[in-house]
Design a protein. Structure first.
Length: 263
């Protein structure tokens, strides 16, 4: 399979703090790729480096065989990398459709002047994003909430709307930062099914998550970070049976018992 996103000796330093230290990663076309690690492991900082939010101190980020290390987030998004954040960033007093329509901004042609004077270009863009926004919501099973204010949705549905908005960019890869955070077990299970459905539609997905069960049941490959360093990358079975991973999460005593399976 084709390599979609790679990091090569990626480092992010904040003064004397080595938040990310020489991390190498490869995500291939068709992966559901999980990134896990204990609190403070550097997961979100690494995600931010991959999407241009934090500049690398050294190393490279390669996206579709192009070095994007020096690009800003909007430039990277235009190339086909979309992401969500730990904290939901919906416009709470806009409808679900209006929120999703904002995700099309990179694909529209209207200028500020076009919008102010309601030119033909603006009207064409508005018609396009409305039509495609409704189609996207329908495809994702969210049509019933088209005119609902985002603030009135349950937490789990707000997460799905945020993902729908990211998909409006028509990304090559979708990066989700702790999508199950704050969800109850039923919502987490529904989110896992939702992500698997997206994958079945052809999306490549990378996800940071604390919920080990969620990652093991959803992802086909997993990267584990601890104190900013990569300690393991492999299949879910390889990861959960890796002594260094078990020790990072539960300590040496638990690791000595044989890992997740025997603990």
């Amino acid at each position: 399979m084709e390599d979609i996103l790679q990091s090569r000796d990626a480092c992010v330093y904040f003064g004397g703090l080595k938040a990310v230290e020489k991390v190498n990663m490869t995500i291939k076309n068709g992966d559901i790729f999980g990134i896990i690690g204990p609190n403070g492991a550097g997961k979100t900082t690494f995600f931010n480096a991959c999407s241009g939010v934090h500049p690398l101190t050294s190393g490279q980020i390669i996206f579709k065989n192009e070095d994007i290390t020096s690009l800003v987030p909007e430039q990277i998004a235009r190339k086909g990398l979309a992401r969500t954040f730990q904290n939901i960033k919906l416009f709470k007093f806009m409808t679900v459709l209006e929120n999703v329509k904002t995700g099309f901004h990179i694909r529209t042609k209207s200028s500020l002047a076009s919008a102010m004077f309601k030119t033909g270009t603006y009207k064409n863009d508005e018609e396009m994003v409305t039509e495609q926004g409704k189609a996207l919501l329908s495809d994702m099973g969210l049509s019933a909430y088209t005119d609902t204010l985002a603030n009135n949705l349950p937490y789990g549905l707000q997460r799905k709307v945020e993902i729908a908005r990211a998909l409006a960019l028509e990304p090559t890869i979708l990066m989700l930062d702790e999508p199950a955070a704050g969800m109850n077990p039923n919502e987490t299970k529904e989110l896992s099914s939702f992500i698997l459905d997206l994958h079945a539609k052809g999306f490549t997905i990378a996800v940071i998550e604390h919920d080990m069960k969620f990652v093991m049941n959803t992802c086909n490959r997993v990267l584990v970070l601890n104190f900013g360093k990569k300690i393991c990358e492999g299949t879910p079975d390889e990861v959960k049976n890796n002594k260094d991973v078990v020790e990072a999460y539960f300590g040496k005593g638990f690791a000595a018992k044989g890992g997740f399976g025997n603990g």
